[in-house]
Write a protein that binds this ligand. Structure first.
Ligand code: PEP
Length: 248
């Protein structure tokens, strides 16, 4: 089955109007036949993008609908402004802002209820990997979402497998290490619903760069990448998009 290939750039707390303009300029002149390209800039900049070849999303969304929640954005606001995608559960949200599996599941439920697509981030720490608990850990992150939205709800997400030890460290998981976990995710979901498992796009994230992209994207269960640092460098990000497009 051919799944949607995605390259998504997570700008985190980086970027500015000049970088948005650079991306608008470059991507207005570039199309990718086999890859959907997404950017998750800081929320303030989402409406500064004016390129129809880019899908723009936000990096986080509230589990609340409205009210006294200073600093939050609701899924209805995203809809109102034509935003179709949001990251949910990035490891920086989990670790720095103490977001739990339960909170993340509630955010996913909010998003899919109004047809916003969550890019659900999961992934283990080095400690968990060294203890030999990768699969157990990943399964529990998936289960906590499935418990709330069911497998049909999870089917509306994109999954991003991002081992924490590879995020922002310059240490990319080897293609074999990444493929092994992607295969596990697909097999586990397949034990619940084969059709969903085969159709879900599972992205790899963690120090993807122009050098490592091709060998990652050739893996059968890797459907693209969630890219942090390298998504701030227009040329390198383009190279990564081309690498995924070739695997189309
Ligand atoms: C990320 O923040 O999702 C990420 C993968 O970052 P980096 O590519 O910089 O490791």
């Amino acid at each position: 089955m051919s799944r949607v290939k995605i390259i998504a750039g997570n700008w985190k707390l980086n970027g500015n109007k000049a970088l948005v303009d650079e991306f608008n300029h470059t991507f207005n002149q570039t199309t990718f036949e086999h890859v959907s390209v997404m950017i998750f800039p800081p929320a303030l900049y989402v409406n500064e993008f004016n390129c129809e070849h880019l899908t723009i999303g936000v990096q986080n969304v509230s589990e609340q609908t409205s009210g006294a929640f200073t600093g939050e954005l609701s899924v209805d606001m995203l809809n109102d402004m034509g935003i179709t995608h949001t990251l949910i559960g990035h490891s920086e949200r989990r670790d720095i802002y103490n977001e739990t599996n339960e909170l993340i599941a509630a955010k996913v439920a909010q998003a899919i209820a109004v047809n916003i697509t969550p890019v659900l981030c999961i992934g283990e720490s080095l400690e968990t990997r060294n203890a030999g608990n990768v699969y157990q850990f990943i399964q529990s992150q998936l289960d906590s979402v499935i418990e709330v939205v069911g497998i049909t709800g999870l089917a509306k997400c994109v999954i991003a497998y991002e081992p924490i030890w590879a995020i922002g460290t310059g240490v990319t998981a080897s293609p074999e290490q990444a493929q092994e976990v992607h295969r596990f995710i697909r097999d586990y979901l397949g034990s619940i619903d084969e059709v969903v498992a085969e159709s879900l796009s599972i992205l790899y994230g963690g120090s993807v760069n122009a050098k490592t992209a091709s060998e990652l994207f050739v893996q059968p269960d890797i459907d693209g990448g969630l890219v942090g640092g390298a998504s701030l460098k227009k040329e390198e990000f383009l190279t990564i998009c081309h690498a995924a497009n070739q695997r189309g």
